[in-house]
Design a protein around this ligand. Structure first.
Ligand code: ZN
Length: 296
């Protein structure tokens, strides 16, 4: 509760901005506001409906409040999240040089089974790798379109599931490091996908499969090394609800670098995607490191 209050107070100036804007909507020409900033994934708050916040240079915008409003997005330039230089983004918000140099973009991020900090072996920066890899990790099942298996740090629950647009999620294992989570995931990938169909997720075509049943069924395939970490309690199926007024029937992904500019009416937010009335979807996370100007 305390956290909620803290967050709410932090957003008061912003809420005020929107109040002023809302008042202005009654006039024939709504007052527009501009914000600029380098894109980083939206921050989220788990609630009855997930709350989404986007950091700009000057404000912290609650995007839930922008539903049903026209939004204009303008590409300005690149800005690498690591070196902050105006260099083309290669992957994960990083320029080519930073992507192949920085510890936070090591191969073990996307392939947890490659983690070696538990053996004291360095990939790019052992201190960093120890700090991230040697902490409790969760192996989970999530339902975003079909049932998928995934790995996340325990501190990223339920953030990770929200970022994927999962409707439901269930932890299978809680292991003490990233390596063990990785080998469990590799074993389970033989029997369940590790991919999300983003189109189905955005159209809300979600399978009715039973996570609890699947969890029990998959137990037999877990490596012996991780069996002591199997979570016997099945009480915690998470359900996640997103701020979506209207799901698209067809989706078309916006490439802002090519298009340079886009304008549309926001109809929903799911995962890290903004969903617009015309079926255009914009993946904030895939566009990290791009400086955009928002006209709201
Ligand atoms: Zn860089």
């Amino acid at each position: 509760m305390q956290l909620n209050l803290q967050i709410k107070f932090e957003f008061l100036p912003l809420l005020f901005c929107f109040y002023k804007q809302k008042k202005a909507r009654g006039s024939p020409k709504p007052k527009t506001m501009h914000y600029q900033g380098v894109l980083k994934k939206m921050q989220t708050e788990f609630s009855d409906t997930v709350q989404y916040y986007l950091q700009t240079e000057s404000d912290f915008l609650n995007f839930n409040q922008l539903l049903d409003r026209s939004i204009e997005i303008q590409f300005e330039k690149y800005e690498c999240l690591n070196c902050h230089k105006q260099k083309k983004i290669f992957r994960q918000g990083h320029c080519y040089d930073c992507f192949y140099d920085q510890p936070q973009t090591g191969d073990w991020i996307l392939k947890p089974e490659l983690s070696k900090a538990h053996l004291g072996i360095e990939d790019r920066d052992l201190d960093y790798e120890k700090s991230v890899q040697l902490q409790p990790h969760i192996v989970y099942l999530a339902l975003s379109s079909e049932i998928k298996v995934g790995v996340t740090r325990k501190t990223q629950v339920p953030t990770r599931w929200i970022d994927q647009g999962a409707s439901k999620a269930l932890a299978i294992l809680e292991v003490p490091n990233r390596y063990l989570a990785g080998i469990a995931e590799i074993a389970l990938k033989e029997h369940v996908t590790d991919k999300t169909s983003w189109q189905k997720m955005l159209k809300n075509e979600v399978s009715s499969a039973d996570l609890l049943e699947k969890k029990q069924d998959l137990k037999q395939y877990l490596p012996d090394e991780v069996l002591p970490y199997y979570l016997d309690s099945n009480a915690d199926v998470w359900e996640l609800n997103y701020p979506v007024l209207h799901y698209p029937l067809k989706v078309k992904s916006l490439n802002l670098v090519t298009a340079q500019q886009y304008e549309g009416v926001l109809k929903g937010i799911k995962g890290q995607y903004l969903l617009f009335e015309d079926g255009t979807v914009f993946n904030i996370r895939n566009n990290e490191g791009i400086v955009v100007r928002w006209t709201l």
